[in-house]
Each structure stands twice: as C-alpha cells, then as structure tokens.
Design a protein around this ligand. Structure first.
Ligand SMILES: *[C@@H]1O[C@H](CO)[C@@H](O)[C@H](O)[C@H]1NC(C)=O
Ligand SMILES: *[C@@H]1O[C@H](CO)[C@@H](O)[C@H](O)[C@H]1NC(C)=O
Ligand SMILES: *[C@@H]1O[C@H](CO)[C@@H](O)[C@H](O)[C@H]1NC(C)=O
Ligand SMILES: *[C@@H]1O[C@H](CO)[C@@H](O)[C@H](O)[C@H]1NC(C)=O
Length: 257
C-alpha cells in the first residue's frame, strides 16, 4: 500500500532539534539519562541495574536523520549502544545502527576511534536506505520493489537510542562479559537533526521540512567508496551471523550489499 506523500516544504520549520530538552522523551532508565549544556548534550548510561534510552516525540515517514555520537570509551565489552528508527505495533519496520562493545583498545564494529564524536546518519527515502558514518556511506539497502524483501515505506518511525547489557551475545559471541566494576558505561549524543517528513496525526499529511534527500541514490563513485569501506572495515555482518539467526538469515541478506 502506498501512502500519499505531501511534499510540503516548510522552510520556516526549524530542522529540529539540536536541543535534547525539546522533541525527545526519556523512555527508560530515565535517571541514567543526563541532559547537559543547555540541552546540547545528552548522555545515556548503563549500570548493573539498568540501561537507558530516549526517543523522539515526532514520527517520520522518510528523512535524513543524523546524530553525533561518542561511544562508550575503553572497556565496553558486553554492552550495546544503538541508534535506530522504528515504527510501532506487532509488525514493525526498523533500521538500526548497533554498536557492540569490545575490550579496551579493540575496535568497535563500525569504526576504530571511540575517543571522539562521529556522525551517524540514516537516509531513508522511497528508493533506498543509506547508512553513513562521517558522511561515508557504509551500507545501502535498496527498495527492490519485490514482494520477497520488504522495504519500509508505509509506517512512520520514531528515532530511538539506547544502551543496554547484551553480554550473552555482543562480544565474541557472548564469551566476554560486562565488567560491572567499570560501570557506569556512558555514551554521549549531540547535534541530532531530522530533515524529514513529519507524520501529522489526524491530517494524514507528511509535511517535510526539507526534501533534498528525497530523490537521493548512491552514484557510482559513492558506491565504490561503500564497497571499499565494507571490504576493509566491516568486521561484523549480521548476514553471516548464523549464531544470531539459527532459524535462517533475514531475507534481505540474499539481495543487498
Ligand atoms: C533548550 O530547551 C530548553 C527547554 O525548552 C531551554 O531552557 C534551553 O535554553 C534550550 N537551549 C538552547 C541552547 O537553546
Ligand atoms: C573486537 O575487537 C576484535 C579485535 O580487533 C575484533 O576481531 C572483533 O570483531 C571486535 N568485536 C566487536 C564486537 O566489535
Ligand atoms: C582518535 O581520536 C583522537 C581525538 O580526535 C586522536 O587524538 C587520536 O590520535 C585518534 N586515534 C587514532 C588511533 O586514530
Ligand atoms: C550538525 O548537524 C548538521 C546536520 O547533520 C550539520 O550540517 C552541521 O554541520 C552539524 N553541526 C556541527 C556543529 O557539527
């Protein structure tokens, strides 16, 4: 089912938010979420009792969502920090950045330097979903218009982020456990932005605060860069993780890069 997308460009509507005091809800472990610097910085912490999470108030149907994120530094084995878009309901769409913790000095899955902030973006339009790290595309998921591999195009999604304990699988397949003597584990977020179409309840409309990303597809040089990054830096690929998917790999694994 295709929804009618109203491409109303509203230049006066600020590309939210940069300010974590507005537009976001703390969803769990709220005493482990800190909002600092007048709303410009948000930290999520995990300790033995709980992780923590936040989500956007708004729901979006298509957009380019970016955040600058500094992952848990040092020993982070057993922890998972995630940043994702998901819809609600018993069947839902979801697209994720998941960062599995590691031993001190060993790299995270998608990048090697956690002492600094890096920009993680998800571009989602009717043709493609592209994941970027610091502006470099690292994964592309195309809308193949096939009935076999579903593509999210009808359910609005919220931005979510969380940190939690996953030491039963996250690091070396669950062999390395979270070291609670090093808690709390803290990830920091800043400059979150959504150039996106915002689902307006009641009206059925999706006014977009910008649409420069709407027709975007990877051109040949970007695709080459993506292949290069995957070849040299990709150390975890869920499409080959049979331990995680003992019942069979997700369908898109046969079809995408
Ligand atoms: C962020 O929003 C809060 C609450 O609305 C406000 O008090 C604060 O001044 C804002 N910060 C900035 C940097 O505008
Ligand atoms: C942790 O670092 C090791 C050594 O570099 C690497 O082989 C492994 O894939 C990393 N694990 C995760 C979960 O990032
Ligand atoms: C990691 O980033 C920090 C701060 O930007 C820099 O000083 C350091 O040299 C970087 N380390 C590596 C291994 O790239
Ligand atoms: C904040 O994010 C926006 C959108 O991703 C980007 O254009 C801008 O350069 C960022 N600002 C800073 C100070 O990093």
């Amino acid at each position: 089912m295709k929804l009618i997308l109203f491409l109303v460009v509203l230049p006066w509507m600020a590309v939210f938010a940069r300010n974590f005091s507005q537009n976001f809800d703390l969803t769990w472990g709220s005493d482990r979420v800190r909002i600092l610097n007048n709303g410009e910085l948000l930290t999520l912490s995990l300790d033995k009792d709980s992780g923590s999470a936040f989500q956007s108030n708004n729901e979006y149907l298509f957009g380019k969502i970016s955040v600058q994120l500094k992952l848990v530094p040092g020993y982070s084995a057993g922890t998972v920090t995630s940043y994702y878009l998901t819809s609600q309901g018993s069947t839902w769409d979801e697209m994720d950045f998941e960062f599995l913790g590691n031993l001190s000095g060993d790299p995270y899955t998608v990048h090697t330097n956690v002492t600094d902030f890096h920009t993680y973006s998800i571009l989602w339009n009717p043709h493609v979903i592209i994941f970027y790290v610091d502006g470099t595309p690292i994964r592309e998921f195309k809308n193949l218009d096939s009935t076999k591999v579903p593509f999210p195009e009808s359910r609005a999604m919220r931005i979510h982020s969380s940190i939690w304990n996953a030491d039963d699988w996250a690091t070396k397949g669950g062999l390395i456990k979270t070291d609670w003597s090093k808690a709390p584990f803290t990830a920091s977020f800043r400059n979150i932005s959504a150039q996106a179409c915002i689902w307006a309840y009641g009206s059925g409309a999706y006014p977009c605060n910008s649409n420069s990303w709407l027709a975007k597809q990877l051109d040949a040089p970007s695709l080459e860069r993506l292949m290069w990054v995957q070849k040299h830096y990709m150390i975890y690929n869920y499409c080959i993780d049979l331990k995680r998917f003992p019942q069979g790999l997700p369908l898109e694994c046969a079809a995408t890069t």
